[in-house]
Design a protein around this ligand. Sequence first.
Ligand SMILES: C=CC1=C(C)c2cc3[nH]c(cc4nc(cc5[nH]c(cc1n2)c(C)c5CCC(=O)O)C(CCC(=O)O)=C4C)c(C)c3C=C
Ligand code: FES
Ligand SMILES: [Fe+2]
Length: 428
Amino acid sequence: MALRAPLIRACHQPSSTLSFASPTSAWSQHAPQWRRGNATAVPPVPPVTQNATGSKGPTAMVFMNMGGPSTTDEVGDFLSRLFADADLIPLGRLQNYIGPLIARRRTPKIQKQYAEIGGGSPIRKWSEFQAAEMCKILDHTSPETAPHKPYVAFRYANPLTEHMYEQLLQDGFGAGKGGRAVAFTQYPQYSCSTTGSSLNELWKWRNRLEGKRATGEVNPEGAIKWSVIDRWPVHPGLVDAFAKNIEETLATYPEDRRDNVVLLFSAHSLPMSVVNRGDPYPAEVGATVHAVMHRIGMKHPYRLVWQSQVGPQPWLGAQTVDTVESLMKKGQTDIILIPIAFTSDHIETLYELDKEIIGETAEGHEGVKRVESLNGNPVFISALADIAKAHLESGSACSPQMQLRCPGCVSERCLEQKKFFAGQARHL
Ligand SMILES: C=CC1=C(C)c2cc3[nH]c(cc4nc(cc5[nH]c(cc1n2)c(C)c5CCC(=O)O)C(CCC(=O)O)=C4C)c(C)c3C=C
Ligand code: FES
Ligand SMILES: [Fe+2]
């Protein structure tokens, strides 16, 4: 069956030239509502000249994510990097041998999937849009740290972490007194396989590219001062953005069916070995789900289920596709799928949920639907700006939670990375 959902929905779409609607209007329309309860007045936007340098500016805002291949030709390189990542898929001493083999074997299958969702992942376009829009809002709300300069650092696709770092240095960060950069994970819930891996990579390139300064041998004052926004699973703006999307989808059902719609929150699964190591992700995803349900009044039956497991080892369940099948067998065919652990569209939403589950498993059942991903949603982008502003004001280098390793962690990389980022507090 043909792909059901449009690949990029029209409403909050970035243009190819990155010329955007005024961030001021996005901010004043959407940002304050979840912080001000039901008040209707729009708070004044501080009258600052955009890009004026505040006493603590400029500030680099670095959006970290896994990335995805923008074209089918990039799938091979994307998978090679992914299977080379021992923080995601530990293959021991054979990593450099087995990793490329598995990547090569999977490439044709995954290329086909990307071809079917329009030829590539939209994540780069969305990440660049979200970062740029958030920085425009921050220039107004946090003039002291302005101007805020948007950067994107992907783990497995362009722009890679090392390219972002080179760009930072070219742009003058790391000169003079070093300057300030914030690593802002775009995974709302922390997993060592996602945010942890991106931070390990950032720490590695920091040591390589800032060389002797980074180790303190030469002018350590001149090194970039880093801090990390490492998780934001229950931020009220994030919760509100999800809740509004669910309410919009609920409104598409006839009134007499609406209360009985089952809400299925779907997140990328984890291998049980990672769960049992003590990874914080399952609990944090659960926290997001609970907060969203609370926000929409706990009026619907719901479950948190898990998708996209790869390979033969045991993964956290129940699986999304099995749950949809089981519900449909019991006669429940009004189901809303809510991707809850990723903020932009990607292969798991556009291929696995839209094509495989809604288009094939639930073919002919118009009551099985998916909520829109957050993508360019202004409520979401205002939430990002609010999270960043609170972080910049806090003076903390990372959350206290990030400093604690998983009970089962044996990774030297995690140990050193956490020591480094937590230690940055003394510079802020
Ligand atoms: C919160 C999101 C994600 C978690 C947690 C996560 C863990 C995780 N993933 C793998 C293995 C693979 N993931 C792959 C693709 C992929 N993963 C996520 C998100 C999370 N992964 C996304 C959004 C994507 C798709 C990217 C896009 O569409 O742009 C792949 C590659 C695809 C494939 O070969 O099937 C693999 C492999 C593991 C092992 C893991 C936890 C340890
Ligand atoms: S694996 Fe979680 S801290 Fe190292
Ligand atoms: Fe994954």
